[in-house]
Design a protein. Structure first.
Length: 492
């Protein structure tokens, strides 16, 4: 069995999540049994809905907190009617606003805000209970109540002090007691005094053997990586690198990023490291040799592959650019907008479509309004892009954080030339300067503008497209499968 551990960034659906879902599909094709362990709570979404939307099967998903109950990963089916049957006092329904229903209980001066799965159906995701103006409890549902959170007022805010996780029959499976940064878990037969101990308990329940593999997706959210590594024996351990792995280095020292520090300082506990590009894996091998005098297995396997190359049946929209990512600060979409606005002075029909969602969305809307460019710069939201790239003439990125760059790969798989800042490692992998695009100095918006103009006024776009397709050939799924088989072996 392959167990893959990840934190999950509250549904931002970035490259890590997309890569994991691709890995699940690839393991299925190879006939390998895999489980994907997600180690976070889900306050606003049902884990099944989100993992299914990415392509995971319910049987492949393990939720850390639900693992110790008999509740299964499930879509939301619990209804308002079922909820109402649990009420013990008279109530009034006095409003329904889309996916939120409010029940008022006059006798106790309390009310419930019920959050439905969506506005069209009466399926209950969670219930917030407010008494005398204070939040006191939240209940979460799928086909039954799966857990509850208990709150007390403190300094004008609701203070979470306890969670109870339930079995299907409503009995308590275990409790989580919280006090600031201190947490303990109370089971019928034991007490665990940290989340690390909870993870260790899960690992012991997996009954790992030498035939099993534990994969750790190393990224900032995975706060329990030490506990996973320490409790993985005798299984083989693979550590997957999803971002730049060090801050700085000199002739004598290297400063690793904090969330890689433990794994890089204890390589004897890791059977193999995986980077997404040969450039990063080669650098890491050099650093291990130079600074630690060791040569652990550091391999390069793309986080994603392509099922096929996509060639459009109709002409691409002339002078059209696409970019796609989480709308996050490190993606620097505001620089892309600035560059497109400037380039439009020379290319009057230039357009830009921005795909994705995230915390920077409102700022980008305000920028588009301020620059009065809404007629040719559009925010298109989060969409499945497989067959969308091929509608455009080129791809643009201003990100300073693309260890691999899933969208860059998808772009060349649709034959798009690219323009982007020369930042490690994705742009350096997927753009061959002057052959399928242009790399420009990092954070230099005028040069990014110049790259756009050169692409549409000087470059042989047909030749650039052919080169992108040629580069994409080595990232087809069958090629990625061979790399995983080389590490894990063929299933018996």
């Amino acid at each position: 069995m392959i167990y893959s551990f990840h934190h999950f960034y509250y549904w931002l659906k970035g490259g890590v999540e997309t890569g994991q879902a691709y890995r699940a599909k690839l393991f299925r094709r190879l006939g390998m049994d895999a489980r994907f362990v997600f180690a976070t709570t889900f306050p606003n979404d049902n884990i099944q809905h989100e993992t299914e939307s990415l392509g995971f099967y319910d049987s492949e998903v393990i939720w850390l907190y639900g693992f110790f109950t008999d509740c299964k990963i499930s879509p939301v089916t619990y209804t308002l009617e079922q909820l109402e049957r649990t009420f013990s006092e008279r109530y009034d329904v006095y409003s329904r606003r889309g996916e939120v229903v409010t029940y008022r209980f006059p006798e106790t001066e309390s009310y419930y805000n019920v959050y439905l799965e969506n506005a069209e159906k009466d399926r209950v995701h969670r219930v917030e209970m407010i008494s005398h103006g204070c939040l006191i409890r939240k209940d979460y549902y799928t086909y039954c109540r799966i857990y509850s959170e208990y709150y007390a007022p403190a300094d004008g805010q609701a203070y979470l002090y306890q969670r109870r996780f339930f079995n299907e029959d409503g009995s308590i499976a275990y409790e989580e007691i919280l006090d600031g940064d201190t947490v303990l878990y109370k089971f019928p037969d034991r007490i665990l005094y940290s989340r690390e101990e909870l993870v260790g308990y899960l690992m012991s329940c997996l009954h790992l053997t030498r035939q099993d593999v534990v994969l750790i997706d190393g990224e900032p959210g995975m706060i329990d990586r030490e506990a996973i590594i320490q409790n993985a024996a005798p299984a083989r351990v693979g550590f997957i690198i999803h971002s730049d792995h060090y801050i700085r280095s000199d002739e004598e020292h290297v400063c690793w990023y904090r969330f890689y520090e433990y794994a890089f300082s204890h390589p004897e506990q890791i059977d193999f490291f995986i980077a997404s590009t040969e450039a990063q894996s080669s650098l890491l091998r050099e650093q291990f040799k130079k600074y630690k005098g060791i040569s652990p297995a550091v391999l390069a396997i793309p986080v994603m592959g392509l099922d096929r190359l996509r060639i459009p049946d109709i002409p691409r929209k002339k002078h059209s650019l696409i970019t796609a990512s989480r709308l996050a600060r490190e993606k620097q979409i505001e620089y892309v907008i600035d560059a497109v606005v400037a380039a439009r002075e020379q290319i009057p029909d230039l357009t830009l479509d921005i795909y994705g969602s995230g915390s920077e969305e409102q700022k980008l809307r305000e920028q588009i309004e301020r620059l009065q460019c809404g007629s040719y710069v559009r925010l298109c939201g989060h969409q499945k892009l497989d067959d969308i790239y091929q509608n455009y003439e080129a791809y643009i990125t201003a990100s300073y954080s693309e260890t691999f760059g899933v969208t860059l790969l998808e772009a060349i798989g649709s034959g798009l030339p690219l323009v982007g800042f020369d930042a490690p490692y994705g742009v350096q992998v997927f753009i061959e300067d002057g052959k399928n695009g242009y790399k420009v100095p990092w954070n230099n918006v005028p040069k990014l503008t110049e790259g756009i103009v050169r692409l549409f006024t000087e470059a042989d776009l047909d030749a650039f497209r052919r080169h992108s397709y040629e580069m994409a050939q080595s990232y087809l799924t069958e090629e990625v499968e061979k790399k995983w088989e080389g590490i894990l072996g063929k299933p018996v």
